[in-house]
Design a protein around this ligand. Structure first.
Ligand SMILES: CC(C)(COP(=O)(O)OP(=O)(O)OC[C@H]1O[C@@H](n2cnc3c(N)ncnc32)[C@H](O)[C@@H]1OP(=O)(O)O)[C@@H](O)C(=O)NCCC(=O)NCCS
Length: 182
């Protein structure tokens, strides 16, 4: 049985994972992937320090939860209760349109086990069936082959190229089969 505070922060679950909101006790786990230069190679910020995470990143996650009811969530492995990454849905401005992006980032020692795909599929299901979103996108740099593969495995296809924070990126997308139109 999970403690009440954890139960209340759970967003969704998959067979191996729980996705829940971040809180202050996740600082060390966040540093385990957001502090790793290889994991952060394709991120706008680059590797972050504990202070960056405490003063900027975590507060920005909490603001998104409050403002949008969505955001980047902790990916917790059910087998040992450890937070091994992050995955979630964030509102983004792309080409002047408000879009909802699924993004994912996992601790390096957990790569290659299908976990990012499982978390992303959980988010997709949540976005379409619980949050009522019409479409979801992923914003991916050309060279990020692993991320492209995760997008493809969750059912997205390449829609267009765009400029995002001054970087040339690929926009992958998927439309809600029940409510969406292309
Ligand atoms: C992208 C990332 C989340 C994938 O995590 P993961 O748990 O290893 O993902 P999965 O195991 O679900 O799937 C990875 C897929 O990419 C493939 N892959 C990995 N590296 C690859 C590479 N260099 N070239 C081509 N495919 C690659 C894997 O083989 C796998 O596909 P498969 O199941 O068909 O074999 C992880 O690499 C990561 O955290 N990267 C840094 C952060 C990042 O770039 N996030 C995305 C920002 S858009």
């Amino acid at each position: 049985m999970l403690p009440n505070t954890v139960q209340q922060s759970i967003v969704c679950q998959t067979s191996r994972l729980i996705l829940r909101k971040f809180n202050e006790s996740d600082l060390d786990s966040l540093l385990g992937f957001r502090g790793d230069p290889e994991v952060m190679h394709f991120s706008v910020t680059g590797p972050e320090t504990r202070e960056d995470i405490q003063t900027k990143y975590l507060p920005s996650c909490l603001r998104r939860y409050f403002r949008d009811g969505l955001g980047q969530w902790a990916v917790v492995r059910k087998s040992d209760g450890l937070c091994i990454g992050e995955c979630g849905i964030c509102a983004q401005d792309v080409d002047g349109e408000r879009e909802f992006e699924i993004s994912y980032r996992m601790r390096r020692d957990c790569w290659g086990n299908g976990l990012a795909t499982e978390a992303a599929r959980g988010c997709c299901d949540y976005g379409f069936n619980k949050a009522g979103l019409r479409r979801l996108i992923s914003i991916i740099e050309f060279q990020n082959a692993a991320s492209i593969r995760v997008a493809e495995k969750m059912g997205m296809t390449l829609e267009k190229r765009a400029s995002f924070h001054g970087i040339h990126v690929l926009i992958y997308s998927v439309v809600n089969a029940v409510t969406g139109t292309a």
